[in-house]
Design a protein around this ligand. Sequence first.
Ligand code: FE2
Ligand code: FE2
Length: 251
Amino acid sequence: METKISEIANGIYRLSTYVPQIAPPAGFTFNQFLILGDEPLMFHTGLRKMFPLNRDAVSRIIPLERLRWITWGHYEADECGAMNEWLAVSPQAQLAHGYTGCNVSVNDMADRTPRELKDGEVIDLGGGKRVRYIDTPHTPHGWDAGVVYEESTGTLLCGDLFTQLGDGPALTDGDIVGPAIAGEDLFKYSGLSPNMGATIRDLAKLAPRTLALMHGSSFSGDCQAALHALADDYDRRTADFRQAIMEGKNA
Ligand SMILES: [Fe+2]
Ligand SMILES: [Fe+2]
């Protein structure tokens, strides 16, 4: 396996590792994002067992000692499994996650105390980069779920939202909604909840210019339209689920 590096927005690097053994023949990518600034921030730690690959990739961009912030969307192995490995090689680094995630998991599991972020709180990275943390509980899954938004580039780092198969280009303006619907059909990874459509529509109000997907190509087309289409699809799934329960069917 190799980890490919691409700059998907000004000062935002995508570190992508393709695993052909997952969901063959298309395969599956795991992506971390490094946002440069006076205080560089990494979104997702990557799997613990992929740490050597990701460590080497980050060190091709910045010295590991410069890494200052490490954050992610929700508590799962691909999002944060390597947190303590990163803390061990980056003495300045501090973890940052939302209130729920810190109090349910991270305070106990992390080797250093995390910074607890309020919904909407901004970490100013310096160099013009500002990263806003946004709670999205249970969207797409996880009580502690959240996303981050880099304000200067309009980049929404949307974690598992739009999860799709394949090893596409680092950045695309092609369709990401159809492949995301296919990904949901295959994995059924979202914890469908009544608030899911509304939560995704709230993200569209940010009017992002780039969507940085954890599993799939980053997207530089009409991001608001893509988010609205995804929200509509989850509303449809939730309505179908509710209808199936009313009819006594196994959804
Ligand atoms: Fe996840
Ligand atoms: Fe993920």
